[in-house]
Design a protein around this ligand. Structure first.
Ligand SMILES: NC(=O)c1ccc[n+]([C@@H]2O[C@H](COP(=O)([O-])OP(=O)(O)OC[C@H]3O[C@@H](n4cnc5c(N)ncnc54)[C@H](OP(=O)(O)O)[C@@H]3O)[C@@H](O)[C@H]2O)c1
Length: 322
């Protein structure tokens, strides 16, 4: 299939973002780094929420000469205390937040079940629960900033196939009575992210804050790089072919940037936006869409979305009436 990469329109690419403040999690690598770079190019200020601050400092040297600015605050999404510390540090220093990009994510390439110190399965703990607490703690400042946006990264992996559609197992999030599979856990986390953005859009109606979930494309990033020797050899053999069908990190940042910056995206608050991607098992989805309907009915199940969000308040220790 020829690549037909979706890109920001000229008007969005030329917007002057001076005075605007954004948070990008996982900003030191791949999609998050290119999302950050483009916002800074357009004059915006990005707070990079990064687990490895030294790596963030090194990559940020590459922003020299760009119109905007950046700051780095440590954030480990696998640790709810770290999320709270990040938010406290942000609120001490900033009085507006125009966009929050919950970009960080991982797949557990070691393959065994790992729990975070707060007791979540690691993949969903980082991708969903860490971002859930982060987002909820920042809602007041987002509401106080006109036209602010929340973007949370999902993945084509959430879609599954006609024969097998991933879902969130609300009754057993920590694999007490089912077997663990790393890629199934990744897909489940990414369904949760779509459900959260859809439910949050409903809860934020009339506040001026919009939400979106995103599949960035097949990014040639560091994603999934922690595999064993066999996986590394297979990947290096397939690299020339993968290059042909995958996306650069800059291409993979386009959908997040569209949701953060375009005039159109907020008109579809709560929707799923996707870069083109050969990885969809449902052929008709491969061209992507800004926005598009997820082929997975479990990612459109608003009853589960509501239950997930209500349960999440309890699990991260937040008062539901916030
Ligand atoms: N690559 C793809 O083809 C693809 C496809 C679909 C969706 N996505 C999604 O796109 C997003 C960006 O991925 P990418 O491709 O840019 O991969 P990447 O290069 O591996 O970047 C992932 C980022 O997440 C950060 N991160 C991981 N665990 C974290 C934690 N506990 N706390 C804070 N940050 C953490 C990483 O930090 P460290 O550098 O410290 O590890 C890194 O900055 C992810 O949500 C991923 O699931 C990617």
């Amino acid at each position: 299939m020829p690549k037909n990469v979706r890109r920001l329109d000229q008007q969005t690419r030329n917007k002057n973002l001076a005075g605007r403040v954004y948070i990008v999690t996982g900003a030191n690598s791949g999609v998050g780094l290119e999302t950050t770079r483009q916002i800074i190019k357009q004059g915006g200020h990005v707070v990079m929420g990064c687990r490895r601050v030294d790596v963030a400092q090194t990559v940020a040297n590459g922003f020299a000469g760009l119109a905007g600015s950046h700051d780095i605050i440590r954030l480990d999404l696998a640790d709810l205390a770290s999320v709270r510390e990040f938010v406290a540090a942000f609120l001490r220093n900033y009085d507006r937040l125009d966009g929050l990009a919950g970009n960080a994510g991982m797949v557990n390439m070691q393959g065994d079940l790992v729990l975070t110190k707060d007791g979540f399965e690691q993949t969903i703990g980082i991708s969903y629960f860490g971002h859930f607490l982060l987002t909820e703690l920042l809602l007041d400042i987002l509401k106080a900033t006109p036209g602010s946006r929340i973007v949370l990264l999902s993945s084509v992996g959430h879609a599954g196939s006609r024969r097998s559609r991933p879902r969130v197992h609300l009754d057993d999030l920590t694999y007490k009575s089912r077997s663990f599979s790393n890629f199934a856990a990744y897909a489940e986390a990414k369904v949760a992210n779509i459900l959260y953005m859809a439910e949050l859009a409903k809860r934020l109606e009339d506040t001026g804050v919009s939400t979106a979930s995103v599949h960035p494309g097949w990014a040639r990033s560091n994603f999934g790089s922690g595999g064993g020797l066999g996986m590394r050899i297979a990947m290096s053999l397939m690299r020339p072919l993968i290059r042909f069908v995958s996306n650069s990190n800059e291409e993979s940042a386009q959908t997040s940037l569209h949701c953060l910056l375009s005039d159109d995206a907020p008109k579809h608050s709560g929707a799923y936006f996707s870069q083109q991607s050969v990885l969809y098992r449902d052929r008709e989805c491969r061209k992507g869409g800004w926005p598009m309907q997820s082929p997975n009915p479990h990612a459109r199940d608003m009853d589960t979305a509501k239950k997930l969000v209500n349960l999440s308040y309890d699990l991260v220790g937040l008062n539901r009436t916030r």
